[in-house]
Write a protein that binds this ligand. Structure first.
Ligand code: PGA
Length: 263
């Protein structure tokens, strides 16, 4: 089927990002960045991003220079500057070498109480300031058990993406991350991921039309490993992975990148 693709539709490049969360020492972060850069080189089949903790951004940025690996932050503030003790602005992230910022990760939604209005505000400010955004969404276990996931996706897509221009939307990657799969070793089946991604894309079509919806990468996150990557990536609407635990070892992260590039 791939051979007979409709050429009026853009072909989505696979995207794999490593979310290191609150892990690594400075020495470990530098070694990991260097090993990922060495493994990826200048290969551009897959877009690869690493998202270290804030204090290590510049140092890791140095280790990936000359490779095609790009830098991302795990969070960003919703205002451009000012009296926000402890927060980091989009402009600071850009100056530290970031291309991407993760927004709306479930750990921020559920542990830190980030509301949908805040997520929408962050998306707007980050895009206005020139960042690309990895926008996370996904249902909890209890929502899945009550079969509410599609209602949740619809609410999350509409709330997070409200008011964006078409041009801004070109800088968004959506990450579907079922909360019950994050850090649990319980990965979604390829069919569950495909159903979710297809539904989210249908909502993007409703909001932004076919062209933007077809061009937007929708990546999967939640217990991704080298073993389960190929199955997930074989689905037509799964365009890559947001990797937590398995991104902390260069070997497993590079194996995921490789598996994503083969499909
Ligand atoms: P995990 O985390 O791969 O450790 O499940 C994914 C994420 O939270 O982005």
């Amino acid at each position: 089927m791939g051979f007979f693709r409709d050429h009026s539709m853009p072909i989505r490049k696979k995207f794999v990002a490593g979310n290191w969360k609150m892990n690594t020492t400075l020495a470990e972060a530098k070694a990991l960045g260097a090993a990922v850069a060495k493994g990826v080189g200048t290969d551009s089949k897959v877009t690869v991003a690493v998202c270290p903790p804030y204090p290590w951004l510049s140092a890791v940025g140095d280790t990936i220079k000359g490779s095609s690996v790009v830098l991302g932050a795990q969070n960003v503030h919703f205002e451009k500057k000012g009296a926000f003790t402890g927060e980091v602005s989009p402009a600071m992230l850009l100056e530290a070498g970031c291309t991407y910022a993760i927004i709306g990760h479930s750990e921020r939604r559920h542990i830190l109480g980030e509301r949908e209005s805040v997520i929408n505000h962050k998306v707007h400010t980050a895009l206005e300031e020139g960042l690309h955004v990895i926008l996370c969404m996904g249902e909890t276990l209890s929502e899945r058990e009550r079969n509410l996931q599609e209602r949740v996706f619809q609410r999350q897509v509409f709330a997070a993406c409200a008011g964006l221009t078409d041009e801004q939307f070109h800088r968004i990657v959506i990450a579907y991350e079922p909360v019950w799969a994050i850090g649990t070793g319980k990965v979604a089946t390829p069919e569950q991921a495909q159903d979710a991604h297809k539904f989210v894309r249908s909502k993007l079509k409703q909001l932004y039309g076919d062209k933007i919806a077809e061009a937007t990468p929708i990546i999967y996150g939640g217990s991704v490993t080298p073993e389960n990557t190929a199955g997930l990536m074989s689905q037509p609407d799964v365009d890559g992975a947001l990797v937590g635990g398995a991104s902390l070892k260069a070997d497993s992260f590079l194996a995921i990148v490789k598996a994503a590039g083969v499909v």
